[in-house]
Design a binder for this molecule. Structure first.
Ligand code: AMP
Ligand code: MG
Length: 487
């Protein structure tokens, strides 16, 4: 085990030099206090949970203190935002403090979000509000617990520093952990500014640090794109299978590691609706739930464009063709598991499609609870219970007959089926209204609800008898919260 005082740093990205990032110190927030910390994220750095109780912990993650070995830097990148290219973005309010190497030899980027102004702040104030910091924290740790690839969050610190948004709020910081903070937009920046030497350095850095086996292949740049395609196909399959809407799939928010990254106005679907738009500022629905698949493909094409100095266009195009079939295979695999199948049949895809169409027609089926309830009892009985949430009952009955027949072919004991289904179908999901209630308490200085919600969502598949209220269907008001971009 390590302590806060014995962490080892190896700042590989900082060593790439000033073309890639700008040295800058965090600007502290006033009267800092620890809002919430994640024990499992602490463990990634080999830190015991008790380290979060030390005053130094809060000081470090509120910008009041810094390790000697840290080298805080703001990274430069650009990106396609809502389809249009913005030539320069970069860390406008977050700093890469350094890379900690844990006992297993893994590097973890420590990124402090809300750390003040940088050369990339544009019109912004360099701050993050308590509300959005808590949202990022809760989602990062919950997606990880669900098995969905994600950046992680170590803690949130709150403060008395005022920040203006639509109203006065308070500044906070969230400490994000990821094995890399390189985004698609990093590559785009060096490509569109024609700094191809730096583009090469960046690509080689990513391959050497994260995909060393790809560096050995004949066409390493093509191999790099394939790796990113494979990872993104898997990530998007999880999003679609679990009803996660990211909300701002700009290329500057897409991680080269294929992890869910930069949480903004995200949402998990409550009632299933393929057309759901979780971002209140997304007027055209570019980033609606069902558009996430073609948009991921579009984003990968934007990345491929940035790799054209080093790989043949025809080959990059061919690599891009891998995305949809890979996505589809992952998605089918996840959905089969959610429906309780261990085997694969050709008709499964149609069975899944029909189920989603029935949900879509009624818009009255809670997407998370449907699967949980389906596993709770033997199929025939479970179906009579979930049936109430569908509008097209004749359609549902026809689907039920086919599902029952499929379950019979699958065979096996109900106890085993339940255990299997419950291990992939969460009972607890991060609903926007639950986050909202915890945020409102935190804004009043009561951090109990955020901590409790975080604890519940860290074990989303487990029965937690005293926590039933977190597993209920949302109230009507809770389904229609309006959440916008950066805050
Ligand atoms: P986001 O919507 O959070 O992904 O941010 C998009 C871009 O705007 C990034 O370059 C951010 O660093 C920048 N940005 C967002 N909010 C702020 C802020 N309050 N101050 C400075 N820059 C910001
Ligand atoms: Mg961003």
């Amino acid at each position: 085990m390590k302590s806060l005082d014995t962490l080892s740093f190896d700042n590989r990205f900082a060593r790439l030099g000033d073309a890639f990032s700008t040295e800058i110190l965090p600007e502290p927030i006033e009267q800092p206090r620890l809002v919430v910390a994640s024990e499992s994220a602490l463990a990634l750095l080999d830190l015991a949970a008790s380290e979060a109780q030390r005053p130094e912990f809060t000081e470090l993650f509120a910008g009041h203190k810094l390790w000697e070995e840290a080298e805080p830097r703001a990274m430069v990148y650009s990106g396609h935002q809502f389809g249009g290219y913005t030539p320069r973005l970069g860390d406008g309010r977050g700093l890469l403090l350094g890379e900690v190497v844990n006992e297993a030899g893994q590097h973890w980027d420590l990124h402090l979000k809300g750390a003040g102004m940088t050369p990339y702040s544009r019109m912004g104030d360099g701050r993050a509000v308590l509300r959005s910091s808590i949202r990022e924290f809760l989602a990062s740790e919950h997606l990880h617990a669900l098995g969905i690839p994600s950046s992680r969050a170590l803690c949130v610190t709150g403060s008395a520093t005022p920040v203006w948004r639509e109203k006065q709020e308070s500044a906070a910081m969230v400490l994000r952990l990821a094995q890399s903070h390189v985004r698609f937009g990093h590559f785009e920046y060096f490509y569109y500014t024609r700094q191809h030497e730096h583009l090469k350095t960046l690509g080689e850095h990513v391959m050497a640090c994260h995909f060393p086996q790809r560096l050995k292949q004949d066409e390493p740049w093509l191999a790099l794109l394939r790796e990113v395609i494979e990872r993104n196909a898997a990530m998007i399959a999880y999003w679609q299978a679990y009803g996660f809407c990211h909300g701002v799939m700009n290329t500057d928010n897409m991680s080269i590691l294929g992890i869910t990254f930069d949480y903004g106005p995200y949402a998990f679907l409550d009632d299933f609706d393929a057309n759901h738009i979780c971002n209140h500022s997304d007027d055209t629905g570019r980033y609606s739930f069902s558009n996430q698949v073609p948009i991921a493909h579009w984003n990968l094409a934007a990345l491929a464009q940035a790799l054209t100095p080093f790989a043949a266009v025809e080959q990059l195009r061919e690599a891009l063709e891998l995305f949809l079939p890979l996505y589809q295979a992952h998605y089918l695999d996840l959905m089969r598991k959610r429906l309780g199948f261990t085997s694969a049949e050709d008709e499964d895809e149609a069975l899944i499609q029909r189920l989603l169409q029935l949900m879509q027609a009624g818009k009255s089926t809670d997407y998370t609870l449907f699967f949980r309830h389906l596993g709770e009892r033997a199929p025939a009985e479970a179906l009579t219970i979930v049936r109430d949430d569908f509008v097209d009952l004749a359609g549902f009955d026809a689907w039920s007959r086919d599902y029952l027949a499929r379950c019979e072919r699958e065979g096996g004991e109900q106890a085993e089926r339940q255990a299997r289904m419950h291990s992939v179908n969460p009972k607890y999901i991060l609903r926007n209204y639950l986050a909202q209630q915890a945020i409102e308490a935190a804004e009043q200085g009561d951090y109990g609800p955020v901590r409790e919600l975080h604890a519940v969502l860290s074990r989303p598949f487990d029965e937690q008898p005293d926590m039933q209220r977190y597993a209920e269907r949302p109230p009507e008001w809770g389904k229609h919260l309006e959440i916008s971009c950066s805050s």
